[in-house]
Design a protein around this ligand. Structure first.
Ligand SMILES: [Fe+2]
Ligand SMILES: [Fe+2]
Length: 133
């Protein structure tokens, strides 16, 4: 079930980046589905591990893609990634004791849409600019 969706305005316009963002959203949707059917702690930890792994891979890939395109704000984006990762760690740590995984997954989705994808919007603008040349 699509608890979270990437709307049109959240697409960056780069096939791989958009696909990886969608894959991250899919992991969170899967996590909420799991909680609704069999709320086992181990299964949710697997979802969180999967999200963390995919997010790390995405950040690495995205920075390579941005560099290849000569993105002028790359250093800024790298700093945004580090900041957002620290926020993610903080979020997970705060929810550890509560075992409120639904809130945690929803907060991670908020972080993803509000920090990670929002910061990619400057690359979207940059891509549109260089495609228009
Ligand atoms: Fe991204
Ligand atoms: Fe990014």
């Amino acid at each position: 079930m699509d608890h979270f969706q990437l709307c049109e305005s959240m697409l960056i316009g780069h096939e791989q980046i958009d696909a990886e963002h969608q894959a991250l959203v899919d992991v969170l949707n899967h996590g909420l589905d799991l909680l609704a059917t069999s709320p086992q702690v181990e299964a949710v930890w697997d979802v969180l591990d999967d999200f963390r792994t995919k997010l790390s891979e995405h950040i690495t890939n995205e920075e390579v893609i941005m560099s290849r395109h000569g993105f002028t704000d790359l250093e800024c984006e790298k700093a945004e990634h580090l900041n957002a990762l620290a926020c993610l760690d903080d979020l997970v740590e705060r929810h550890l004791d509560e075992h409120d995984f639904e809130t945690l997954l929803r907060d991670i989705a908020g972080l993803m849409l509000g920090l990670f994808i929002k910061s990619d919007m400057s690359f979207k603008v940059y891509l549109e600019k260089i495609k228009g040349c």
